[in-house]
Design a protein around this ligand. Structure first.
Ligand SMILES: [Zn+2]
Length: 291
């Protein structure tokens, strides 16, 4: 399960000075977290408001991504002392510092759904969905590249950034989970009764629930940097979601199914028809994999 690793900066009080962390290289942690910190796990770094030099940040934030590597006991451990007094190190691989840190709250709600008094814990488990949400907000993951397949699996294009901040070739990772939406997307899907705003269809699942997806018309993340607001979201069926993402369909505001509580941005639609549509057709002719 993905993790949050807390790495606070050194402070005048010296409260964190005992931990010999090296950002992006190794993490030093107490025995209590030993079972959570396992080789291969993905994580995001988190830090509180105390910054170095006695400064304070406006809010806690997530500031990087990585993967846990080798774990080994702290050579300074006293083997005769109780286990709970021991500490451990782990190596960190695939580290990517976020170009801009991601604030811990979004729309006034914390991204991690845990009681506030647990935010001080040095290592915390998070769901894959929360990890993805943070990576989307950090522009490391393109939130529009997710498709639900029959097995309930989705394929995510995880783009990594080079040291100079330029995108490197995309890697594709397949995870087994159901797509979890942001609160905003959930609210809009409910508003539309899970009806596709393009074709008007509603997918009925075997358990009787209705299924739809939320599409960001102007994609989140680089290079599009679309906003995560209702005016930029379209409730769609999976087929139309794929067509929108791949630039396979022109959007026409007058042909969409509208709800008075959800006004769609003209600018977003124009962006789709001019930029996404063009990129989509370029992609298809280059790879030949979409027919
Ligand atoms: Zn549709």
């Amino acid at each position: 399960m993905p993790l949050v690793l807390v790495e606070n900066e050194r402070t005048a009080g010296g409260r964190y000075d005992a931990w010999q962390d090296l950002t992006g290289q190794r993490y030093h942690f107490p025995n209590a977290y030993r079972l959570m910190v396992r080789e291969g796990e993905e994580f995001v770094y988190y830090r509180g408001v105390r910054a170095s030099g006695g400064r304070r940040r406006a809010h806690p934030e997530y500031f990087g991504y990585g993967r846990i590597g080798r774990v080994w006991p702290d050579p300074a451990n006293d083997e005769s002392a109780p286990k709970r007094t021991r500490s451990w190190f782990c190596e960190i691989s695939d580290f990517q510092r976020f170009a801009s840190p991601v604030p811990w709250k979004r729309d006034g709600l914390t991204i991690e759904e845990i009681p506030r008094n647990l935010f001080g814990n040095g290592v915390r488990r998070i769901s894959q969905a929360v990890l993805d949400e943070i990576l989307v907000l950090a522009s490391l993951l393109d939130g529009n590249s997710s498709y639900l397949t029959k097995q309930g699996e989705i394929t995510i294009d995880r783009r990594s950034l080079g040291r100079d901040g330029s995108p490197t070739p995309r890697q594709t990772i397949v995870t087994s989970r159901i797509v979890r939406d942001s609160r905003l997307a959930r609210a809009l899907k409910e508003l539309h009764g899970n009806r596709c705003q393009i074709c008007g269809d509603t997918l009925l699942l075997p358990d009787g629930t209705k299924y739809s997806e939320a599409h960001h018309i102007r994609p989140l993340g680089q290079p599009h940097n679309g906003p995560d607001v209702a005016a930029n979201l379209l409730v769609v069926c999976p087929n139309h979601h794929a067509l929108c993402d791949l630039g396979g369909i022109t959007l026409d505001l007058s042909m969409l199914c509208h709800h008075p509580g959800h006004v769609i941005s003209d600018d977003s639609v124009t962006y789709h028809n001019s930029v996404v549509l063009m990129a989509g057709s370029a992609c298809c002719s280059n790879t030949g994999s979409h027919s």
